[in-house]
Design a binder for this molecule. Structure first.
Ligand code: GA4
Length: 330
């Protein structure tokens, strides 16, 4: 559990922008089994950079097996969990997010999504039964990766790109830089007593990768930022996945899709568990607007960069920073 003294609490960010939203729960829902999925995904990526996926094909059993392992891990005494730390580059982290001073009402595990790495790392994360933990994580990731690749192919198809695997191949390569993050947001007593109703669990940010796929338990907290300047809560749904456009996909579509700003508010009553698969390309992959999308003399809005260059720059920033602006053409 995250335990915070009063002075430590004062360092947590609070939300001060409170423009009321005009949309209550207008989050696009994509049924992957329907023929119109590709068209609706493109529309959702253009309008929100975010959507919910149903009929996704990931067995519920894979999700619940992993979640029960995760709950066991986060219930361990802090001293045990610390043995799986630090989070940088990979492992258990508590309150500190990244290396540049961001903190939140959160504890988490950050991993490479590679099966050998996970099996190895499970030895220090879940000493009680590393095999069980490793196989639950690997089973979950391989199913989510397949779904993600299907979504990216639908996206390419919906955009009218001939090469259907133009995005998905970047995630499927042996040397792809995909990550897996498991977050636990413990109930925050100060939210319940209303002394800090807007305590931040994970501060506002965009994801640097191509695409992120999130599953959470039934506790609320996630919010996305709309173009009209409002934040809207995303009602939790354990049977579904939530998909974010990342900065790299914004660049590859020359800004047609926008990476969505999102954040998580601390919950007063419930523990929130979320598991996120971040689809990133290989280090040497060149990220630039796709020529097949640049019809009629459209100019590139971004300078070309490799994923390694972008990630290195991104990891030096604070969560809320606009990471893409340094790569925009003037
Ligand atoms: C946001 C998306 C992923 O969670 C993450 C985060 C990373 C981290 O936790 O170390 C970063 C953040 C994320 C972007 C800016 C930098 C790096 C924290 C931070 C302040 C794992 C990722 O890839 O980028």
């Amino acid at each position: 559990m995250v335990v915070c003294s009063k002075p430590a609490l004062d360092r947590f960010s609070l939300i001060n922008d409170c423009k009321p939203s005009t949309i209550v729960s207008g989050i696009p829902v994509i049924d992957l089994s329907k023929p119109d999925a590709k068209t609706l995904i493109v529309k959702a990526c253009e309008e929100f950079g975010f959507f919910k996926v149903i009929n996704h094909g990931v067995p519920m059993d894979f999700i619940s097996k992993l979640e029960s392992q995760v709950v066991k891990f986060f219930s361990l005494p802090e001293s045990e969990k610390e043995k799986a730390g630090p989070a940088n580059p990979f492992g258990y982290g508590n309150k500190k997010i990244g290396s540049n001073g961001d903190i939140g009402w959160i504890e988490y595990i950050l991993l490479k999504s590679n099966p050998e790495f996970i099996s190895q790392k499970s030895l220090s994360i879940f000493r009680e039964n590393p095999e069980l933990f490793g196989s639950a994580v690997n089973g979950y990731i391989s199913a989510v990766k397949m779904m993600t690749s299907q979504i990216l192919e639908l996206l390419a198809d919906g955009l009218g790109i001939e090469q259907r695997n133009v995005f998905s191949k970047l995630l499927m390569k042996e040397d792809s830089d995909c990550l897996f993050r498991i977050n636990h947001y413990p109930p925050c007593p100060d939210v319940q007593t209303s002394s800090r109703p807007n305590m931040i669990g994970f501060g506002e940010h965009t994801d640097p990768q191509i695409i992120s796929v999130l599953h959470s338990n039934n506790a609320s907290g996630l919010e996305i930022y709309l173009r009209d300047g409002s934040w809207i809560p995303v009602p939790p749904d354990q049977r579904s996945f939530f998909v974010n456009v990342g900065d790299s996909l914004q660049v590859m579509t020359n800004g047609r899709f926008k990476s969505v700003k999102h954040r998580v508010l601390a919950n007063g009553a419930k523990s929130r568990i979320s598991m996120i698969y971040f689809g990133g390309p290989p280090s040497n992959a060149k990220i630039a607007p796709l020529s097949s999308l640049m019809k009629g003399g459209e100019k590139s809005l971004y300078k070309q960069f490799t994923w390694c260059e972008y990630k290195t720059a991104a990891y030096k920033t604070r969560l809320a920073d606009n990471r893409l602006q340094h790569f925009e053409k003037n």
